[in-house]
Design a protein around this ligand. Structure first.
Ligand code: SAM
Length: 332
């Protein structure tokens, strides 16, 4: 049994937490209640489902192919109403939800869609008070979901190596939360170098980048025992390389890869059937848990599939492959 005191990893690192009483409740959630106010973003949806997002400015007009609307006719009303434009177009008026905001906000890099952000929050077990490291920040879509999930006692440390993307993310996150988020830090740099240099100890590390395997060592060193590493990768080759790199590292549990597919349904009287369109492949997700210092996951007892690590396989090779099976595959 290891000595509990000497083997313990340091506690996750929180930035100095703000006094809760000094921060408006909307700053943590991005959700505003009550009547629509100048400076807020709203979303109009027309009868064909076309969406228009804009900031309310007193005295300004919104123009569309169905005439115009005065912003002043929207300011001061409770969201959830229908309004007619000067040429008779009907518009539904609500504040945008986070899931609506992220698919319509300006983009630097490709964003993680709500179906995957939801999976990440659930399966990486993002909890109130968690210290989460994320890279790259891209356009800041996932950042918004992470910030909501960690709440006032948590911290999200985002890293991004391209300044122009960091600028887009900062703008988007600030717009959604209505100001600089009190629990967020955004740092420029490559995670593989910037995370070790930061000294951050994290409960969770989320990687959304082209080559997440290059950041496995940095993530492993930053993660607390029992912490979760999650990667979001678009292709099978990335998935394979990431999973094998995590196995070769040896300080994680067996990686668990999966994907999610979401299908709408059409429900109208007796016509109840799946929709014609669905959100199929977006990306693969993989999680693995950090073992305690010096601890190894159990050896795999099942032999790899024939040919899995044969002559055509050139990626990282797990050290604990049963000897016979390696030779067998190399000979195959
Ligand atoms: C697909 S985007 C991330 C999108 C983001 N998750 C979102 O939901 O908006 C990938 C980003 O990772 C950044 N990146 C790639 N490798 C990186 C690394 N090693 N360290 C930091 N950022 C990295 C890229 O510059 C890019 O902005």
């Amino acid at each position: 049994m290891p000595d509990a005191t000497s083997e313990q990893t340091p506690e996750p690192t929180h930035e100095s937490l703000p006094e809760l009483a000094d921060v408006a409740p909307e700053a943590w959630s991005g959700v505003h209640r009550g009547v629509l106010r100048e400076g807020e973003w709203i979303r109009l949806v027309d009868s064909k489902g076309r969406k228009h997002n804009f900031e309310l400015v007193a005295g300004k007009r919104f123009f569309s192919n169905r005439g115009h609307l005065e912003h002043d006719d929207l300011i001061g009303r409770e969201e959830g109403f229908t309004i007619r434009s000067s040429m008779g177009g009907e518009y539904l008026v609500f504040r945008p939800l986070l899931s609506e905001f992220v698919v319509s906000m300006p983009r630097g890099a490709a964003v993680i869609y709500p179906k995957d952000s939801a999976q990440i929050v659930a399966m990486a077990d993002i909890f109130p008070g968690a210290v989460v490291v994320e890279a790259g920040v891209g356009s800041g879509a996932l950042t918004c979901s992470l910030l909501r999930a960690v709440g006032p006692y948590g911290t999200v440390h985002s890293f991004e190596r391209r300044e122009e993307f960091a600028d887009v993310a900062r703008q988007n996150v600030t717009q959604f939360f209505g100001g600089a988020h009190p629990s967020w830090s955004l740092q420029l740099g490559d995670l593989a170098e910037a995370l070790p240099a930061s000294g951050i100890r994290a409960d969770r590390v989320i990687l959304d980048m082209l080559a997440p395997w290059e950041c496995v060592d940095a993530a492993a060193d930053a993660l607390t025992a029992g912490g979760i590493l999650l990667a979001y990768v678009a292709t099978t080759t990335q998935l394979s390389r990431f999973v094998e790199t995590v196995r070769v590292h040896g300080g994680f549990t067996e990686p668990q890869p999966w994907e999610s597919l979401v299908r709408d349904w059409h429900v109208e009287g007796l016509a109840v059937r799946p929709g014609h369109k669905m959100i199929g492949h977006t990306a693969f997700l993989v999680t693995a848990r950090r073992m305690a210092p010096g601890e190894k996951p159990p050896r795999k007892t099942r032999r790899p599939a024939p040919g899995a690590y044969g002559v055509d396989y050139t990626g990282p090779r797990p050290a604990d492959l049963p000897e016979a099976s390696v030779e067998e595959h190399l000979d195959a």
